[in-house]
Design a protein around this ligand. Structure first.
Ligand code: S3P
Length: 442
């Protein structure tokens, strides 16, 4: 039985795992559009000249925040749906000064990428904020390099925390050596570089997701990539384009782990984006002994796509760290669930970034899995998980974090007895149909 109590403002998800019996999870799953690509399609469509069409947009709360912000600055974005969204762009440099505070909601991608856009729109003033989680997250990682480009930004803690105020300026190009591998930092600087004179360069310690580079190129910007270095030619022009958004591998991750750890399962997850900067989860699960195959591999609108078939397997522990971390950063909470069900001790390291996501995901997943009887210890930069202790259903906290909520729901399927998870409405940030899909699989 899977039940969602919506009678209170905050919804509670109840999962009674015993009722699944030995049936396993079976069927075909269609996952919603990629969150990163959805944000970028809305932003570049708004900034470009002419019309952009978006098929397969994610209808989660995060892209809705992006759409609302760009509508407030003059972009004409049709009602959001996953069939077809049209964006009438206003042309690079033409954003209107918004009449009110821009609200990025829970979305770090909206706020950080948009800061690069706003800072480079000279002679306009902008204020931006977000929900309690976003207002606690660090912005200096983008504000400082933007200031090096000449940006004027103010906020709490010397501009590290939203609400932020931005007086748009004509910026100058930089070569920024980012201390962290972050697509949000890289993309913010590249977007700020669109209107500058000369070349903007970002070098990162490891390669992060490259959706911005791909989409900027498709919209007509000159972008070159050399190892961990990305060059963008300034004074760019962007032309509206048709964009097809593939399914989000970060959403598929929940079913990849569920199909692996629930005995007798066989799932086909259709239309998943398998951009190599995002497929760390497939490599790690393969190393753990998962039975996952890629079928029908193809390219859709400049992004590689495949159907993923997952069958149950006994997983074994592994060590996860180094260059793979940015390629699976959002999947670590659900990988921790996989590790709790695996034989042996899994170490997750070099992942301190998890502490500044929508929640402190290291503390969140360790605390909640331990409540279920798992054996998880926190490290400063990750987790140590001794797998194999049986999980027991109990009352859990999601920290109002969508990925913690959904990861715990997957753990609940293999626990004995009943689990309840609070703030289950948070799943709608990135995956509004997660709970109905879970119910369908039962
Ligand atoms: C994202 C980049 C990642 C990721 C986030 C989406 C993006 O964040 O965790 O969910 O769309 O650029 P960082 O760049 O902070 O690592």
């Amino acid at each position: 039985m899977i039940d969602l109590d919506t009678t209170q403002a905050h919804h509670t998800l109840s999962i009674d795992a015993d009722q699944l019996g030995d049936r396993g999870l079976h069927g075909r799953i269609t996952i919603p559009g990629d969150k990163s690509i959805s944000h970028r399609a809305l932003m570049l469509g708004s900034l470009a000249s002419g019309e952009t069409t978006i098929r397969g947009l994610l209808l989660g709360e995060d892209p809705r925040s992006t759409a609302a912000c760009f509508r407030a600055m003059g972009a004409e974005i049709s009602e959001l749906n996953s069939e077809l969204v049209t964006v009438k762009g206003i042309g690079l440099g033409n954003l209107r000064e918004p009449l009110n505070i821009l609200d990025a909601g829970n979305s770090g991608t909206t706020l950080r990428l948009m800061l690069g856009v706003l800072a480079s729109h000279a002679d306009r003033f902008f204020t931006v904020t977000g929900d309690a989680s976003l207002r606690s997250r660090p912005m200096a990682r983008v504000v400082n390099p933007l200031k090096e480009m000449g940006a004027q930004i103010w906020g709490r803690e010397s501009g590290n925390k939203a609400p932020l105020a931005i007086a748009g300026q004509t910026l100058k190009s930089i070569h920024y050596h980012s201390p962290i591998a972050s697509a949000q930092v890289k993309s913010c600087i590249l977007l700020a570089g669109l209107m500058v004179d000369g070349e903007t360069i970002v070098t990162e310690p490891e390669r992060s997701r490259d959706h911005s580079e791909r989409m900027l190129r498709a919209f007509g910007a000159t972008v070159e990539v050399d190892g961990n270095m990305v060059y963008l030619k300034g004074k760019a022009t962007l032309e509206g384009q048709p964009v097809t958004v593939p399914g989000d591998i970060s959403s598929a991750a929940f079913w990849l782990v569920a199909g692996s750890i629930v005995p007798n399962s066989d799932l086909l997850i259709e239309n998943v984006g398998v951009n190599p900067t995002r497929t760390g989860i497939l490599e790690v699960l393969a190393e753990m002994g998962a039975d996952i195959t890629l079928e029908n591999s193809r390219e859709v609108a400049g992004e590689p796509v495949a159907d993923l078939r997952v069958r149950s397997a006994q997983l074994k522990a592994c060590t996860i760290g180094g260059a793979v971390i940015p390629r699976l950063i959002d999947e670590i909470p659900v990988l921790a669930v996989a590790a709790a069900c695996a034989e042996g001790t899994t170490i997750i390291q070099d992942a301190a970034e998890l502490r500044v996501k929508e929640s402190d995901r290291i503390t969140a997943i360790a605390t909640q899995l331990n409540h279920m009887g798992a054996n998880v210890s926190e490290r400063a930069d990750g987790l140590e998980i001794i797998g194999g202790t049986p999980l027991v259903g109990t009352s859990l906290e999601s920290y109002d974090d969508h990925r913690i909520c959904m990861s715990l729901a997957i753990a609940a399927i293999v626990a004995s007895g009943k689990t309840t998870i609070d703030h289950a409405e948070s799943a709608a940030i990135s995956y509004p149909s997660f709970i109905p899909t879970l119910q369908q699989l039962y």
